[in-house]
Structures are given as structure tokens and as C-alpha cells.
Write a protein that binds this ligand. Structure first.
Ligand code: ZN
Length: 483
């Protein structure tokens, strides 16, 4: 079919089989750890260590890290009661004003870090901002320059595993280590000389794991929420129009033999029928195939294949394929009849319900419904089955028919679109704002285009055609070509 096959992705997650089933829920292994507190680097700690991120990011990296060592040493040289508990902004601001003043003198008169730290003044919620303003000030005309420093630094530290985030998290544990509050055992030397000693593939994850574990004991601070609120209001959203996935349109021209395939199937319908009486198997098998080809044709219309309706169409084709494969696998004439009479019963039920309405819907004709309900037999003889026609469900049927892979590939996720589930709504209606100060929040998507459904729909249609021609063989099986 000329379609790209994706390389298998590296697995970096717990599989379904590794989850534990309890009733109707699947629980991940991590949920077994007691008293686990979910903490977020981005939401809770990034604002606290932003000042460190600015110092490292706005300098050559090793120079930036050396400033952090000098700052740590500055506090190390003081008595314990004159040191901040941590290098978080909250801890610094919790020191007596006098100590903060001396520290700011050191920052700005000895280390000359004014340019690096000016962007902090954009935040009015910053604890004890007035003390900082004695040393540095914002020039309103140059606010864009300070914002640019913020954008770049926050963008580089928002991912908790990024180099800058890891450097900030190192700063946190390095300070605690040298003031004797944290014992790193055999890792101590690697932390001390970071990032110039030890295997970084091991040292970096160790730093992050250790910093994460410490976050459970850290105090919750009140200003970080204000920080994010200010960040949201101080700068605009950036709609990057990012395409979340590779997309491509497939036009009807790319399936040059679609009409020819359809015509061949219709011809074969006439050739293979044996009676003018009801033939539940013959009629259903051809109807499934032609119905799915019709959906495929609708999908090739512009807009539909990349949109919501495209996903509904693909889901229906998958359901038709699974049902047809199930009926063929069971190979029971009675079952074909039962599939058919269930459908007639549904037409009767719909007719009776709509007939009682004062205001009737426009999408269906009552006469058509009545004719369908009475086509195989007088509707007064027809039962109405209020459950599933096979007292089963599609997942179980796909297992019986040995087509569970189709169910897993095409039915689960498309069903989310049919049922209006959150993630489906999210994938269609929102995109990620590109402003790092907005911590990757969602904004309405103006470029709504999901990957095309036509290729998958055509693959499924070919599977349906193959089943049809196994039931009613012919010399040649007319399969769809994709150019
Ligand atoms: Zn935004």
C-alpha cells in the first residue's frame, strides 16, 4: 500500500501486563508504594530554583556552576543559624533581612550577577522583593530583554530531565551535602565535582532521584502558585501551530481503482447469488463490504479524513470487519439470521419510538424505517432484542474471530472520539502554548488537523474484501491499490 511503517519505539513505560488488575481498574506497579506524594519539578520547584537556573543558563555552563559553588561556600563559611535551610528562593527570603542584605551584597557586588537576576523583578509576588530592588532595578523600556532571558531559561529547565533542570537539582543537593545535611555515600565525590567526574549517564539520574526524594520533606511554599499566575498574565500565549503528528492527505486520486473494486464486487454479488429468497449470509457479507467502501469514499473527502468524523468512520469499518470475521469464523447459518433479525428489530424499535414523538427528527424517514422493520416479515412477528445481538461484546468477538489486533489498533482510541472522551476532545481542540512561562498549558487549537484515517481504512477494507472472496470465491480478488 506504499505506506510508511513506523519503527518500533523504545519502550520507556510499564506495559499493560505489568499492571495489576483490581476489579475494573488496572493499577500501575508504582501505586503499591505507600504514602507516595506526587511532586512536580515544573509546578512546585522550578520557581524556587529559577534564580539558579538564570545564573547557570545565562553564563557559560561551567562558569555558571562555579557561581553556585561560590554561593554555597559563602553560606558554608557562616554559622549554621545564618544559613538558609536550602537554596530555594523561599529559604533565602526566610533569613533575617540583615542576612539577606549581606547575601545580596555578595551576589551583586562580588559576583556581579545583576544582569542574570534582573528578570526576577518581573514577579511582584517574589518574597521580599523590596530587598532585591535595593540592588537591581527593572528598566521598563527593556522589559522585553528581561522577558527573553526568562523565556529561554524556563524553556530549558521546564523538562525535569533536561540538562539545566538537572544542574539546578544538583545545586540543591550540592548545597545540602556541603553543609552536612545530606550524605551521599559513594556518590559524594561525583556530586562534589559535577559534571566533571563519574559517568554522567549514571550521575545525572542519581542527582534527579535524590533531589526528587528530598522534595517529599521540603516545605510547601505559597508563592509558587502566584508566580505561575503572574507568569500567565505577564506574557501572551504563543500559538505555535505545532503539528502534533505527521500528517498527510490522501486524495481519491491516490486510490485509482476504488470505483473499479466496487463495481467488481457488485458484479460478483449478481454472479454469486443463488436465490431470490432471504439469504442472510450472502446479503450481509456483500453489504458489509459495500458499506465500508462507502465510508472509505466519504473519508477521502477533504477535511473528513483528518477530522473527528474520519475517526468515527474508521471505527465503524473496524466494527464491521470484526463482526464479519466473527460470523465467518462461527460458520453458523442461524447466526447470520440472528444478526439480521436483530437489525430488523432495531428498525422496528426506532420506528415505534419516533412514531410516538410529536416533533420528529429530519435525518430519517418514518416510511423508510417502517419498510425496513417489515421487510423480512410483518413487524408484529418481530422480537426486539434490547441487548447485543450475540449477547457478547466486540472485544470478545474479536478474540473469537482472532482479530484482536484490529480491535486494539482501531477500535479503542477511535471510540474515545465517538463517546466524547476527554483525551479525544483534547487532541482535537487544544494545542500546547509555546510560551515557557505558561508551563506548557493548553490553548484552543486553530490548526485542527489530525493524521489521516484513509490509509488505515483502506487496509481494513482490503481485509473485508479478502473475507468476502473467501466466502464467495472468484478468480481474482479486487483489492484497493494505494499509489
Ligand atoms: Zn499560554
Amino acid at each position: 500500500m506504499g505506506r510508511k511503517s513506523r519503527e518500533k519505539r523504545e519502550r520507556n513505560h510499564t506495559t499493560i501486563a505489568q499492571h495489576e488488575r483490581k476489579g475494573k481498574n488496572l493499577h500501575p506497579p508504582i501505586s503499591k508504594i505507600e504514602n507516595l506524594t506526587k511532586t512536580s519539578w515544573k509546578d512546585n520547584r522550578l520557581p524556587e530554583f529559577l534564580w539558579i537556573g538564570l545564573i547557570i543558563h545565562l553564563n557559560e555552563r561551567l562558569v555558571g556552576l562555579d557561581y553556585i559553588r561560590q554561593i554555597s561556600k559563602y553560606f558554608y563559611d557562616r554559622n549554621e543559624e545564618l544559613r538558609p535551610e536550602e537554596l530555594s528562593f523561599t529559604s533565602i527570603a526566610a533569613m533575617p533581612d540583615e542576612q539577606i542584605e549581606s547575601f545580596y551584597n555578595f551576589l551583586f557586588k562580588e559576583l556581579f550577577l545583576a544582569e542574570e537576576l534582573k528578570p526576577l523583578l518581573i514577579f511582584n509576588s517574589l518574597p521580599k522583593k523590596d530587598l532585591l530592588e535595593k540592588h537591581i532595578s527593572l528598566n521598563d523600556e527593556k522589559i522585553e530583554i528581561e522577558l527573553a532571558k526568562l523565556y529561554s531559561s524556563v524553556a530549558n529547565m521546564i523538562d525535569h530531565q533536561s540538562q539545566l533542570a538537572t544542574d539546578c537539582r544538583w545545586a540543591r543537593i550540592y548545597y545540602l551535602m556541603i553543609k552536612g545535611k545530606l550524605h551521599m555515600g559513594s556518590e559524594a565525590e561525583n556530586i562534589f565535582y559535577y559534571p566533571q567526574q563519574g559517568d554522567m549517564r549514571r550521575v545525572r539520574p542519581t542527582i534527579r532521584a535524590c533531589e526528587n526524594a528530598m522534595s517529599l520533606m521540603g516545605k510547601q511554599n505559597v508563592w509558587v502558585e502566584k508566580f505561575w499566575t503572574e507568569a500567565l498574565h505577564n506574557s501572551p500565549c504563543w500559538d505555535l501551530n505545532v503539528k502534533e503528528e505527521e500528517e498527510s492527505d490522501l486524495t481519491p486520486l491516490m486510490m485509482p481503482n476504488l470505483n473499479e473494486v466496487e463495481n467488481t464486487i457488485i458484479e460478483h454479488f449478481y454472479e454469486s447469488r443463488s436465490t431470490s429468497a432471504i439469504d442472510a449470509k450472502h446479503e450481509a457479507a456483500f453489504a458489509f463490504t459495500l458499506y465500508c467502501l462507502d465510508i472509505l469514499k466519504e473519508l477521502t473527502d477533504s477535511g473528513i479524513q483528518n477530522g473527528i468524523t474520519g475517526r468515527l468512520g474508521l471505527r465503524t469499518i473496524a466494527e464491521c470487519y470484526i463482526t464479519l470475521a466473527y460470523l465467518v469464523k462461527k460458520n453458523d447459518e442461524q447466526l447470520w439470521l440472528s444478526y439480521r433479525s436483530y437489525g430488523s428489530g432495531q428498525a422496528k424499535l426506532a420506528f415505534l419510538k419516533i412514531d410516538e414523538l410529536e416533533k420528529q427528527p429530519q435525518f430519517v424517514s418514518l416510511d423508510t424505517l417502517e419498510a425496513l422493520a417489515n421487510e423480512d416479515q410483518w413487524q408484529e412477528f418481530s422480537n426486539i432484542n434490547l441487548g447485543h445481538w450475540e449477547n457478547s461484546n466486540l472485544r470478545a468477538m474479536s478474540e473469537t474471530a482472532r482479530v484482536k489486533d484490529v480491535y486494539n489498533s482501531y477500535y479503542d482510541w477511535t471510540s474515545g472520539f465517538a463517546h466524547g472522551q476527554w483525551s479525544s476532545l483534547r487532541s482535537m481542540e487544544f494545542t500546547i502554548c509555546g510560551n515557557p512561562l505558561h508551563r506548557l498549558h493548553r490553548i484552543p487549537n486553530e490548526n485542527k488537523k489530525l493524521p489521516t484515517t484513509v490509509g488505515d481504512a483502506a487496509d481494513l477494507c482490503n481485509k473485508i474484501i479478502e473475507i468476502l472472496f473467501e466466502l464467495y470465491p472468484n478468480e481474482k480478488v479486487p483489492l484497493l491499490n494505494m499509489t
